[in-house]
Design a protein around this ligand. Structure first.
Ligand code: SF4
Length: 234
């Protein structure tokens, strides 16, 4: 992509961020330590927040520490996290990541990632196995304030419709692309507000363009005029 195209997209990203802040305000999130966020994010794969939270609470209630989760009978972990779905995959994935961190660092903590450059920290997390781009980006952004940009299914869909990324760019590639477009300090709020927009307005099957605050900035709305025909003026 040319430098001028990138500059144009950066300006558009900034405007989108501003409009979403006007609509939704500054989103809040609960800050967890790195290990807890890593486990919670693995639990969140392919399920909704409610099921993830239930599985996470059951895991915390059943085991006194992450060391206890790491060393537990795999079946006991699988039972505890069953509400999150895919428990037979997520349980071993969590225990394997916890064991690997202990092997490399000698203990279960990730705070050293705060001092690493972003790319190095991301590579470190990805090397654990069972940790993908989204999980690594969430841990680095929300626990260690790195300017990573997590891309879930909502963010991928909405950024595609808005025209912030090439149509065929996959979710993994979109992480680095959005990371580069996002204004400094906006990575967390923009990520969360795009998810909210994707859940409430820009849904997969039927985007509600007439009620979308971004319709004037959106490539999809401009190429599908019937979707925004009833748009009230802003
Ligand atoms: S205008 Fe429509 S397609 Fe574009 S972001 Fe809003 S709801 Fe999605």
């Amino acid at each position: 992509m040319s430098e001028s195209a990138l500059s144009r997209l950066r300006r558009k990203t900034l405007r989108i961020h501003q409009v979403l802040l006007e609509r939704y305000g500054e989103p809040r999130w609960t800050k967890l330590d790195g290990i807890s966020e890593l486990v919670a994010t693995i639990l969140s794969q392919n399920t909704n927040d409610g099921n993830r939270d239930l599985a996470y609470s059951r895991l915390r209630a059943r085991f006194p520490s992450w060391e206890a989760v790491r060393d537990a009978d795999p079946q006991a972990v699988i039972e505890a996290i069953r509400p999150a779905g895919l428990a037979n995959q997520k349980g071993p994935r969590i225990q394997s990541a916890l064991r690997r961190i202990t092997e490399i660092r000698g203990k279960l903590e990730l705070d050293f990632l705060a001092e690493m450059p972003l790319q190095e920290a991301r590579d470190w997390l990805l090397s654990l196995g069972g940790v993908g781009m989204k999980t690594a980006s969430i841990v680095l952004l929300f626990c260690y304030r790195h300017p990573a940009f997590p891309v879930d299914t909502h963010v991928h869909r909405v950024t595609g419709r808005l025209g912030l990324r090439p149509e065929k760019m996959n979710a993994d590639q979109t992480h680095l692309h959005m990371e580069a477009l996002c204004p400094a300090g906006a990575h967390g709020p923009l990520h969360l507000n795009l998810i909210r927009l994707g859940r409430e307005i820009c849904q997969a099957r039927r985007p509600n363009c007439p009620h979308c605050p971004l319709r004037r900035l959106c490539s999809y709305a401009q190429t599908h005029p019937s979707t925004s025909a009833c748009a009230p003026s802003r």
